[in-house]
Design a protein. Structure first.
Length: 317
């Protein structure tokens, strides 16, 4: 799969040029000068962490600036689509359990074994709020950024009847670098054991459960317990449909420029080991994670960038 790499001067604007660079605040604190539409509020959330509450005609969302972390998305007239643990920690240090954490500039231990922290530092950092605007279809578009350790990340979130995400990473160092990106998406389910996934059949994957073995997904995937698979090749996973029968819906995950799809659930034993997850919550979610990781990690020359995108939508059964 061809991946677009953009080479930009180090002093140029970011990919979307949404606002002037004068808004950049190197301390990582929020720029309160950003104007907000009437349907958006910036308020203290759990643990006193600042969050955006979006109540637009087309949908509702909650976005914490810590980690640029989406903890809730409800399309208008629908039900909650994202799972956030009842024991999630909001202390401004530990990553929030659930929602959509961002894994960058590495995934897991990293292609170059950079960890700790696992999954990179973006989900443990305060992002800069750059702009908030309404869209013509009754939604809201939020843009956030983060510059740290030689990388510049730009994140665009469009909240509406669909949730559309675009995440880019640019190497602003004077030396080559390797970057990975993943949307670590927790989908809320009525009952994981009664859920079916379609769209992954025919794809090759690394199964981390028995020790990083490689296999091919011969049939559609059904997860009834712990699962940790990284799909790595082909078109499999460009569109994954998660049939959530108990909520009478199908959650559709569509990805762009993301050659990997991770499917993960800790199962009962794994959930019991997490202090920030109730032991019985594992049946309430499944992670379907579009990204570019491992052997597909981007090799970036100075000034080069790459991006991945994801769209979540809901179909009624």
């Amino acid at each position: 799969m061809a991946v677009r790499l953009l080479k930009l001067p180090l002093n140029s604007l970011n990919l979307t040029n949404v606002v002037a660079m004068s808004l950049f605040n190197p301390t990582g604190q929020v720029n309160h000068a950003v104007s907000l539409p009437a349907c958006v509020a910036l308020t203290p959330g759990q643990g006193g962490l600042e969050r955006l509450l979006i109540d637009a005609p087309a949908g509702y969302a909650e976005i914490y600036l810590f980690g640029a972390h989406i903890t809730s998305w409800v399309p208008r007239g629908g039900k909650e689509v994202l799972f956030t643990s009842s024991r999630a920690v909001f202390n401004g240090q530990k990553a929030i359990r659930g929602g959509i954490p961002l894994c960058l500039p590495w995934f897991g231990a990293g292609a170059l074994h950079q960890a700790p922290p696992a999954h990179g530092w973006a989900r443990n950092s305060v992002w800069l709020l750059r702009s908030v605007v309404t869209t013509d279809d009754g939604g809201v578009r939020v843009t956030l950024s983060l510059e740290k350790n030689g990388f510049y990340a730009l994140y665009e979130v469009t909240v509406g009847e669909k949730l559309e995400l675009n995440l880019s990473l640019r190497n602003v160092q004077s030396e080559p670098a390797v970057g990975e990106l993943t949307f670590h998406t927790y989908l809320r389910l009525y009952d994981l054991t009664a859920t079916d996934l379609s769209g992954l059949a025919g794809g090759e994957y690394i199964d981390n459960e028995p020790g990083a073995t490689r296999a091919k997904q011969e049939h559609e995937l059904k997860v009834a317990g712990s699962c940790d698979r990284i799909f790595t090749t082909g078109e499999a996973g460009n569109v994954v449909r998660v049939r959530d029968s108990g909520n009478r819906r199908t959650i559709v995950v569509t990805k762009y420029d993301a050659p990997n799809t991770v499917v993960w659930n800790p199962g009962p034993r794994g959930a019991a080991e997490f202090a920030d997850m109730a032991p019985d919550e594992w049946v309430q979610f499944l992670c379907v994670e579009p990204g570019r990781i491992r052997e597909n990690a981007a090799k970036l020359e100075p000034g080069e960038s790459f991006s991945i995108s994801m769209k979540l939508s809901v179909e009624n059964l």
